[in-house]
Write a protein that binds this ligand. Structure first.
Ligand code: NDP
Length: 328
């Protein structure tokens, strides 16, 4: 087996040297690395650009307990380190860099890295993920990983039998609150309006769960605590004549106010849904542009798990391999 690092061809168009590669992968979460493992093993000699957050969202969590094959759980950062080793073992050229622009208009796809270098590719796998939205509070940033999380299925277990709060009123918040209610003593839902945005079915589940308490028309002012979150100050009826501030003791604070798919630079070429998720042909990772494939959270607002991202990363590499095979 050829284990040498992927070698790109210098084409030297318009005086500047441009690099050409068969298969370019953008993003270094479970989707990107799994695509890289499969693409490298298929001898596509992939180059991967990691993005600014090497390893993706899992590096912002502590322990990953729900990825099959780790009976004792695994540290998120360590797991992504292992995936990187596996991808490079088969010859993926992993590079630190951020895609800042793309041109998918031609048969050969062009991607600009860090606003300067242009790399062209016959097939591109997009695995740039999504970013959880945060409220933007200083205290929230301070307690990230110490009581503040944006993923109940990743971190909920650490709050077993404790009291937590979930911010948001959409389907994600409702889902996370009911999930946490199965683990925690009590779950507060902090909702800024007097109704939920979540579907009626999810609302029913929330209202039928005894240990969820709704805090309608509440907004977060600040988190309090020494080393870890101990309580939260909330505005009640913010901006109204009867505005008050209440303090609620909690151990965990979960953000569920939505995710932003990292698709901005692709939008001129790729079909996205109204929230920006890249659309793929059902049952495949093919986008509307032949030769461009999307995997992981960039194209999935429903499951958003490491294992499902890895699954679609594998699919993307297989789809790319078939596409490249047909080109030849
Ligand atoms: P949504 O955008 O649907 O909901 C976000 C929620 O967060 C809203 O209740 C919103 O309040 C609230 N919010 C936003 N910003 C703030 C803020 N600064 N302070 C306080 N609250 C805030 O995001 P979701 O992640 O819930 O869902 C995204 C998409 O994914 C939806 O289409 C959803 O249906 C889908 N989804 C489907 C699932 C399923 O089918 N099983 C599971 C999860 C998601 P407000 O309502 O006032 O705007």
């Amino acid at each position: 087996m050829d284990n040498t690092a992927a070698k790109a061809v210098t084409t030297g168009t318009d005086g500047a040297s441009a690099e050409h590669v068969k298969c370019l992968i953008l993003g270094s979460g479970p989707a990107g690395y799994t695509a890289a493992i499969y693409a490298a093993r298929a001898n596509l000699k992939p180059i991967m650009y990691t993005g600014m957050q090497m390893g993706g969202q899992l590096t912002t969590t502590t322990e990953v307990d729900n990825f099959p094959g780790y009976p004792e759980g695994v540290d998120g950062t360590a797991m992504m380190g292992d995936l990187e080793k596996q991808a490079t073992r088969f010859g993926t050229d992993v590079r630190f860099g951020m895609a800042t622009a793309v041109d998918f208009s031609g048969k050969v796809k062009k991607v600009t890295i860090d606003n300067e270098k242009v790399i062209s590719a016959d097939a591109v796998i997009l695995a740039t993920g999504a970013t959880a939205k945060y409220l933007g509070l200083e205290s929230e940033e301070h307690f990230k990983g110490n009581g503040v999380s944006a993923c109940a299925t990743c971190d909920g277990f650490f709050f077993k039998d404790k009291v937590v709060a979930v911010v948001g009123g959409g389907d994600t918040a409702a889902e996370e609150a009911t999930y946490l209610a199965g683990l925690c003593k009590k779950v507060y839902m902090i909702v800024r309006r007097d109704e939920l945005r979540a579907s009626k079915a999810m609302q029913k589940r929330v209202f039928n769960t005894k240990n969820i308490e709704m805090l309608w028309k509440h907004q977060t002012k600040e988190l309090k605590g020494d080393k870890v979150v101990e309580s939260v100050d909330l505005y009640k009826n913010k901006g109204e004549a009867d505005e008050t501030i209440v303090n609620i003791p909690i151990d965990g604070f979960f953000l569920a106010i939505g995710h932003t798919p990292n698709s901005d630079i692709f939008k001129d070429y790729l079909d996205t849904d109204e929230t920006g998720y890249v659309k793929t042909i059902p049952g495949t990772t093919k986008t509307n542009v032949p030769g461009v494939f999307a995997a992981g959270d960039l194209q999935d607002h429903v499951y958003r798990q490491a294992v499902t991202a890895a699954g679609t990363g594998c699919m993307a590499a297989l789809d790319a391999e078939r596409y490249l095979g047909e080109l030849e």
